[in-house]
Each structure stands twice: as structure tokens, then as C-alpha cells.
Design a binder for this molecule. Structure first.
Ligand SMILES: C[S@@+](CC[C@H](N)C(=O)[O-])C[C@H]1O[C@@H](n2cnc3c(N)ncnc32)[C@H](O)[C@@H]1O
Ligand code: SF4
Ligand code: SF4
Length: 434
């Protein structure tokens, strides 16, 4: 689910917070023109939920106007907040139906607040008492989590959902979380917490990727049957897409130090997600944080990726990602370089029902169907000509004038250089410096 980071300001400083690094830099509220752009983007993506977070989203000076705007655009609004908002926010919230406004409220242990804040939170929660669509968020970042207060709050104010997050690590930043090797130490807490919550008719759901092996089969079975764990939701990371105030986007907070893009580079959410899936594919199902993952039945059967992907990326110190950047440099099409067929590429010809040429990269197994009009160019791809020279020899010189006609008619608007560029990116061509 994409999150709109309305602001990088926060009035608290939770130890485990994965946004910390973004909060300490230059503080910024999302300008209204960017709010409009994000709404347009989400609507274009046919994603009707405006999920605000931050920092603390209710600190945005135009928070109320933004909520009105998103609702007027027909969207549902989800507010992720620390529940310290002002009176005017409470007044607005009380006027919006629970079908159009949902809350995920992150409430820390009472000892962790400065004087007056806990009272403010309680007063705000009192105004939401019994409201549908309120989930509380509880983060597990220490081995002996202090959690009784969250169950008391849920009971007192009639909230019947708690989201349980194993605090996620942030790549190359510091926040409180448990190393993957120690996560099994919180298993007794999790089982006990779920039991207490269920006795109060409060349902608990795990958020994010959880290593299955921290549970015995009996424990995992119980958590699955009770809906606390879900094999789709809790074994693998999917790009969330966090949208920053300046429209920088990242896959999730944990990996925000590695790959960033701008919202304008993508037409839809799906496109942005595909981009990040591609980036992280160098780790997902390729690098695991624990030795035992390699022989693991849960990995083979259910695709457990070894908890949050940051564990695997940190293990490799981000090297695969760096390599990906270097490789990406090599596949940036530079028209001055000569072009040659890549080393492991072979050509296969088929003629039923019509002439078809397939380039096969024998190293990767990937195939590329070549427009049959372009087949005569292959002998010229020997590393002695650059793009312009290849085009020249195709439309006149070495390959013959009649090809120009063929080229114009059959390949039509298809530009030869864009075909070269695509072949290069897919590993069918290599560039040779002149
Ligand atoms: C970063 S906060 C921002 C919105 C608001 N200030 C709040 O605290 O809810 C959004 C959500 O991220 C969750 N969160 C923060 N740090 C986390 C971590 N290290 N791992 C998993 N979830 C985390 C919080 O529990 C909260 O529900
Ligand atoms: S979790 Fe929310 S309230 Fe806590 S520091 Fe992070 S942004 Fe602020
Ligand atoms: S893949 Fe790794 S983290 Fe997941 S259950 Fe198996 S051993 Fe545990």
C-alpha cells in the first residue's frame, strides 16, 4: 500500500522508528501542488486510498485541507498517526464516516512520552471510542516487550485490531530492532500476546516479513489458523512505495538509502512497483540472511525470503546492488560506442509459418525475437561500427539501396537505434569502446 509522507516533521522520537533518518535531515512539508500530483497519480493508478503518514502527518499545516481534498476526490483516507493531534483534527475526524476514514495508531509505552503527551493521546482516543476502522500498531524492538498497556488501551476504547510489527531494520541507518538470529527469543512473547488479545476479542495481525522458523510447526499452525500470520502477507517483501514531500519515492523506509526515484518517472503505481521488484530481484530469492535458509523447507515450499529483505542486503553489504548500478552503466546506450553481438548469443532461424529469427542468450536462456527485416544487419554487428555507421550501412552503403525501401516499408517507424538499445539492455549486444 503506498504511503504519502505529508511531512518529515515529528513531535516524537521513537527508538525503533524506521523513518528516523528522514526526520533528522531537512524538515519538509509536502507542498499543495505535490499533494495534487500525488492524488492524480493514485487516481491514474486506480488506487482509491490516500494513506497519509510521515513523520507525523497531522503536523502538516494544511492537514485538514488535504483530508477534505482527498475525500472530495472520492478517495478513502487512512491516517497513520501517533495520536497526538490537535483539537481541530478531532473535530474533523468526528464528522467523517468510518467507511471513508481509517486509522492506524502507533501508541508507544506511556513511560516514553514527555509530560502531558500521554494525557493528550488518551483524550484523542476517548473521542474515537468504539469507532470502527481503528487499528493499533505495536512494534517489537526489544526482547522483553512491554505490551500490557496496548491491550488495556484497546479494551478501554473499544478498538478490536492490533497490528504487530517486528521492528524492521533500516539499511545503513540506526534504529532499534532485533537481529534475525535473535528474533526467536520473542516467540514466547508473541504467543502469549496473541492469547491475551484473543481472550479480549482483539484480533492480532503480523505486518511485514516474518521468518517462519522462529515458530515451531504447532505455533505457526495456530498463528495461521487464527489469521495472525498469513503466508501471502508475511513471508515476502513487496514494494510499498513511499512518496516523500518532494515526490522522491522509495520502495520502503528500510531500503530508502539505496534506491530512490521520482514519482514523475512512472505513469502508475504498478510501473513503480515493477521497477523496484526488478531492482530487489538481485536479492530476493538469491541472498539469504541465515546459512540454514539454503536448505529450508519453508523457503522451498512457501518462498520465505528470510524476514525483512534488509537482513539479506545488509549481509552482503549492498554489494549486489552496487554491481547492478555498474552493470546499468554498461547498458546505457552510448551512440559513439561500437556494437557487437554479446558473447553467448546464438541466432536461430525458423520458417514455418513464416520466417522468424530468434536470438538466444545461452548464458541466461533469454530469447529475443528479431524483426526478420533486421536479420541482414547481424553480420555487421562485429564490433567495428557504431550506431550511426550501422544505420548508414543498412540504408545505403554496404548492405544496398533496396534495403532502404524494405526498411522504410517494413520496419516503418521502428528506429534501428531503439532496437539496438533494447537488445543491449537485454544482454544480446555488447558495447565496444572505439
Ligand atoms: C513511521 S510511522 C509515521 C506515522 C506516525 N508518526 C506514526 O507513528 O504512526 C508509520 C508506521 O510505521 C511503523 N513503524 C515505525 N518504525 C517501524 C519499524 N522499524 N518497523 C516496522 N514498523 C515501523 C509505526 O508503528 C507506524 O505504524
Ligand atoms: S514512529 Fe511515528 S511518532 Fe514515532 S518517531 Fe517515527 S514518525 Fe514519529
Ligand atoms: S528461509 Fe530462512 S528465515 Fe525463512 S524459515 Fe527458512 S531458515 Fe528461517
Amino acid at each position: 500500500m503506498p504511503n504519502v509522507l505529508l511531512t518529515t516533521r515529528c513531535n516524537l522520537s521513537c527508538k525503533y522508528c524506521f523513518a528516523q533518518e528522514k526526520l533528522t535531515g531537512k524538515r519538509m512539508h509536502m507542498p499543495m501542488e505535490n499533494v495534487h500530483e500525488v492524488i492524480e497519480f493514485l487516481k491514474r493508478s486506480e488506487y482509491p486510498i490516500f494513506r497519509v503518514m510521515g513523520g507525523e502527518p497531522t503536523l502538516h499545516p494544511n492537514f485538514i485541507e488535504i483530508i477534505h481534498l482527498a475525500l472530495a476526490e472520492g478517495m478513502r483516507v487512512d491516517v497513520l498517526s501517533n495520536a497526538t493531534w490537535s483539537e481541530s483534527c478531532s473535530d474533523l475526524f468526528s464528522r467523517i464516516s468510518p467507511t471513508r476514514l481509517l486509522f492506524l495508531l502507533n501508541i508507544d509505552h506511556p513511560d516514553n512520552y514527555a509530560a502531558g503527551i500521554w494525557e493528550q493521546i488518551q483524550s484523542n482516543l476517548e473521542k474515537l471510542k468504539g469507532r470502527q476502522g481503528v487499528t493499533l500498531s505495536f512494534n517489537v524492538f526489544e526482547k522483553q516487550p512491554r505490551s500490557d498497556y496496548i491491550l488495556e488501551i484497546a479494551k478501554r476504547y473499544g478498538f478490536d485490531n492490533i497490528r504487530l510489527s517486528l521492528s524492521l531494520p533500516v539499511y545503513k541507518a540506526e534504529n532499534a530492532f532485533l537481529p534475525i538470529e535473535e528474533l526467536h527469543e520473542v516467540t514466547p512473547f508473541v504467543m502469549d500476546f496473541v492469547e491475551k488479545a484473543e481472550s479480549l476479542r482483539i484480533s492480532v495481525q503480523f505486518d511485514n516479513a516474518v521468518p517462519l522458523c522462529i515458530f515451531t510447526e504447532e505455533q505457526a499452525g495456530k498463528l495461521l489458523l487464527h489469521g495472525v500470520l498469513d503466508l501471502k502477507r508475511n513471508l515476502r517483501c513487496e514494494p510499498i512505495i513511499d512518496i516523500s514531500p518532494d515526490l522522491t519515492i522509495f520502495s520502503c523506509f528500510c531500503l530508502s538509502q539505496l534506491a530512490n526515484r521520482n514519482l514523475n518517472e512512472f505513469k502508475t503505481l504498478e510501473e513503480a512497483k515493477k521497477f523496484f521488484v526488478q531492482v530487489w530481484s538481485v536479492y530476493q530469492d538469491a541472498v539469504y540472511p541465515l546459512e540454514k535458509c539454503h536448505d529450508c523447507f519453508y523457503r522451498e515450499k512457501w518462498g520465505c525470503q528470510g524476514g525483512c529483505l534488509t537482513y539479506a542486503i545488509s549481509k552482503d553489504n549492498g554489494q549486489r546492488y552496487e554491481q547492478l548500478q555498474t552493470d546499468a552503466e554498461d547498458i546505457v546506450f552510448k551512440s559513439e560506442n561500437n556494437l557487437a553481438l554479446a558473447d553467448d548469443v546464438i541466432l536461430m532461424r525458423y520458417d514455418v509459418p513464416s520466417e522468424t529469427y530468434i536470438l538466444r542468450n545461452t548464458a541466461t536462456g533469454v530469447e529475443f525475437e528479431l524483426n526478420h527485416n533486421l536479420q541482414p544487419i547481424l553480420p555487421f554487428l562485429d564490433g567495428t561500427r557504431n550506431n550511426d555507421e550501422l544505420v548508414q550501412c543498412f540504408v545505403g552503403g554496404e548492405y544496398g539501396a533496396s534495403s532502404l525501401q524494405n526498411f522504410m516499408h517494413n520496419v516503418a517507424a521502428e528506429s534501428l537505434s531503439s532496437v539496438f538499445s533494447e537488445m543491449l539492455q537485454q544482454g544480446f549486444l555488447k558495447q565496444v569502446a572505439r
